[in-house]
Write a protein of this length. Structure first.
Ligand code: NOJ
Length: 522
């Protein structure tokens, strides 16, 4: 594993909404640079920045028009280089968001591929061979181009699929992955990666990493082969560069070149049961809230999480890191379903489990999900993308622009949490996050790849549902419920509570956790 990942704690930044330095109402790269000390002080030492390349922004930048140019609204390529330099001086690594599966329909490659006359880019996207042909099960668009064919979409209408070829071929227009056109796509993406790595970035979060080859096998044999090839290139040319996949399939991603993979909020999976478990997770009106493990009165046991997470962890921990997130730009903020005290415990677990944790900007102060009309293809996700709340006052310190000119409105609530407000309050969520991350950095036993073992994870019995786990020589335990819980751990003599949220005492080898509490023992 790359050495820097051992102690990495990531901060995800949606650049639109982090900090605006030029008063145009939208965040920018100099704004990220200006806040590096804040991020470092909080305890994060790595960034994932959502797409910041030139784009028509029909999907918030996941529709790239020029892979090698910073979107003017965020700054220039020089600003990116300056950000990488400043971050490195402070010991912060920076991952950019690579979108290899599709481009914008405005990308020059796609414009060229739409031409009737054959050219270098005719095979760069997945085209059928007739204007009336269907997409073999994939969504497709026809009737818009001079070329006699239809093209396959990878996501929204604005995102034509790049051509990496097909696993199972049943149409004459489907090419094998070793076709020169498909090989050219792989080389083009490698070229994009080299461009940013040469400028100083430290790697990539890879969008829809499993989507490259179409009609691929269940185990994504051909897509995996491409990632192994790309990882080998990185190993050879940029040995410290890291990749994290948006895949949620560690048995594939981590065994085929990715350093990290995310556990995502898929309905009914382990992560969903841990942090959310409400209906309406894919719209702007979450309801039936209160069922997640960390909800005080849910009665939900940790088995809902472990049944899913543990087998994946066991099968892949020697290959890479299966990472837990507080949230991301596609997911409803955790504060929609968890109170501040519940959030403290959820973060305590996320920050002490194996893997590199990912903190979504603003989750450290419990920023709230906002019900808003869609912006840039965000739909329900828009409510998790509002401006960072730095301080009371104009636009909550995000921007000097007129409020009506902001990318998205700031939280209008009179008690909207802010960084400044929480820094001044020793009992705030912000201080809990900072203390947890400081503890993590101070203990090698909490490194992302340090040993992990479940110590106590009973099925829920009413309100009795604690969870305890070992990290190296440390023992961590949480009790999310409203009643005190005894956790029989057979602790060695002299074991002490090193860190606690709420009440935690050791009595005759047993840990007694008060209602809604967490402890680290050693
Ligand atoms: C996943 C990204 O996280 C999401 O925001 C985007 O809309 C799709 N991929 C398409 O690129």
């Amino acid at each position: 594993m790359k050495q820097w990942l051992q102690d990495a704690v990531f901060y995800e930044i949606y650049p639109q909404s982090f900090y605006d330095t030029n008063g145009d109402g939208i965040g920018d790269l100099p704004g990220i640079l200006a806040k590096l000390d804040y991020i470092k002080d909080l305890g994060c030492n790595a960034l994932w920045i959502n797409p910041c390349f030139d784009s028509p922004f029909k999907d918030a930048g996941y529709d790239v028009r020029d892979y090698k140019k910073i979107a003017p609204r965020y700054g220039t390529n020089e600003d990116a280089a300056a950000l990488f330099r400043a971050a490195h001086e402070k010991g912060i690594h920076v991952l950019l968001d690579l979108v290899p599966g599709h481009t914008s329909e405005e990308h020059p490659w796609f414009q060229a591929s739409c031409k009737a006359e054959h050219n270098e880019y005719s095979g760069r996207y997945v085209w059928t061979d007739h204007c009336f042909a269907g997409g073999d099960g994939m969504p497709f668009i026809g009737g818009e181009t001079e070329r006699n064919g239809t093209y396959i979409l990878n996501f929204f209408k604005c995102q034509p699929a790049l051509n990496y070829g097909y696993g199972k071929i049943h149409e004459p227009w489907q090419k094998p992955t070793d076709d020169p056109d498909c090989r050219a796509t792989v080389e083009a993406i490698k070229d994009v990666m080299r461009f940013w790595l040469d400028m100083g970035c430290d790697g990539f979060r890879v969008d829809m990493a499993s989507s490259l080859v179409k009609n691929d096998t269940r185990h994504k044999k051909y897509t995996c082969a491409i990632w192994r090839e790309i990882a080998a290139m990185l190993h050879e040319e940029y040995p410290q560069a890291a990749m994290i996949s948006e895949w949620n399939g560690p048995r594939m991603s981590l065994k085929n070149g990715f350093d990290m993979d995310f556990m995502l909020n898929h309905t009914d999976n382990g992560y969903y049961w841990l942090m959310r478990a409400y209906d309406g997770t894919m719209d702007s009106d979450p309801h039936n809230i209160g069922k997640a493990y960390f909800c005080k009165d849910s009665g939900t046991g940790i088995d809902k999480f472990l049944d899913d997470w543990l087998p994946s962890y066991k099968a892949t921990h020697k290959d890479g890191l299966y990472c837990l997130i507080t949230c991301n730009h596609d997911t409803i903020r955790p504060s929609a379903g968890l109170t501040t005290d519940e959030l403290r415990l959820a973060y305590a677990m996320i920050f002490t489990m194996p893997g590199a944790p990912f903190l979504y900007y603003g989750d450290e102060i419990g920023m709230r999900y906002q019900k808003l009309p869609t912006k840039e293809g965000g739909y329900f996700r828009t409510g998790s993308r509002t401006p960072m709340q730095w301080a009371p006052g104009k636009n909550l310190g995000f921007s000097d622009a007129a409020p009506e000119d902001l990318y998205l409105p700031v939280d209008p609530a009179p008690d909207a949490p802010t960084v400044a407000g929480q820094q001044a309050d020793p009992n705030s969520l912000w201080h809990t996050v900072k203390a947890l991350l400081a503890f993590r950095h101070a203990h090698r036993d909490l490194d992302s790849d340090a040993p992990f073992k479940v110590l106590f994870a009973p099925k829920a019995k009413g309100d009795y549902r604690p969870f305890a786990w070992r990290r190296g020589a440390l023992v961590c335990a949480v009790n999310p419920a409203g009643a005190q819980a005894e956790v029989p751990l057979k602790l060695e003599e002299g074991t002490r509570v090193l860190f606690a949220i709420g009440q935690a005492t050791v009595r005759d080898g047993t840990l007694v956790l008060g209602a809604q509490s967490f402890a680290i023992l050693g």
